[in-house]
Design a protein around this ligand. Sequence first.
Ligand code: TRP
Length: 332
Amino acid sequence: MTAISKTEKQTTLSGIQPSGKLHIGNYLGALRQFPELQSNYDAYFMIADEHSLTEDYEPADKPAQILDVVAWFLAAGLNPRSSKIFLQSFVPEHAELTWIFSCVTPIGELERMTQYKDKASRQTKNVNAGLFIYPILQAADILLYKPLIVPIGEDQTQHLEFTRMIARRFNRRFGETFPEPRPRYTTVPRLMSFNDPLKKMSKSWPGGCIFLEDSPMVIAEKISRAVTDTSPTPGEMSPGVKNLFLLLKEFSDAATIKHFEKAHADGSIRYSNLKTALAKDIAKNLAPFQKKYVTLIKQPKKLMAVLKSGSQKARRVAQKTLTEVKQKIGLP
Ligand code: TRP
């Protein structure tokens, strides 16, 4: 175990891919927790642009997608003076450590990854090797900074387990180097798509997904078209209704939640009322955050400067770890 003095904050690292507009799933599962992480940890917030190259994309779109994430990070309350906000590709040590880790990774471990199997089955025309070694890059992202805690959603459990496995294998083979990072689960359950509540909410189905930049009108319209059930059955909830209640619990106050729960239990609920209240509360929650975003996104130079200085800070730490790694594995 690496010793930590009591005064020193523990390290944490969180990463998000720049691959399109962020949605309320990103808000509940990540951004909302960022200010708290920033105050309690030595915190790294990474934009995983290299990971995003594994999916089909337009090169011309990428720069704006990256700056968009920086703007949302800052709008969420991150302060570039206390957090390291950085771009993966500005720290070449990530790619270099990926190679080194790939030499201690059994292929069978990669073949077990459900996200890989998933993506390979959806993106059949582009099953690239990057998709396959994606978890190795993620392990490098994490272990370069030796965090003890990694905040993740359920969907990243397997990737973090993989990272711990790499740390163990590396330590066993080359001597104690990496602490095994623990997950810190965000409590958000899976959000489902409004038009098909059996599918996960995703930017691929924009009608069923609320983007962080959506106006109150757009939010109201999307929610108004959400699939519910034809007649409410007390004690039973269709997947669509369950999804609306789930959002209500995240965005509305206790009295509103109680009101609609009671109305559902006694069968008097009108889904149109539920939808109106929910849309209003989501819009209200997002408003202050959107206001900051709108100002920030007009300042691309400032956003790039934040990314550059954060990446310099991250790189110093990454270089130190990589030097240690090279020494241990026998490279001059
Ligand atoms: N794979 C993560 C996702 O899709 C993104 C990511 C890349 C990440 N590197 C990371 C998350 C390091 C946490 C730590 O959500």
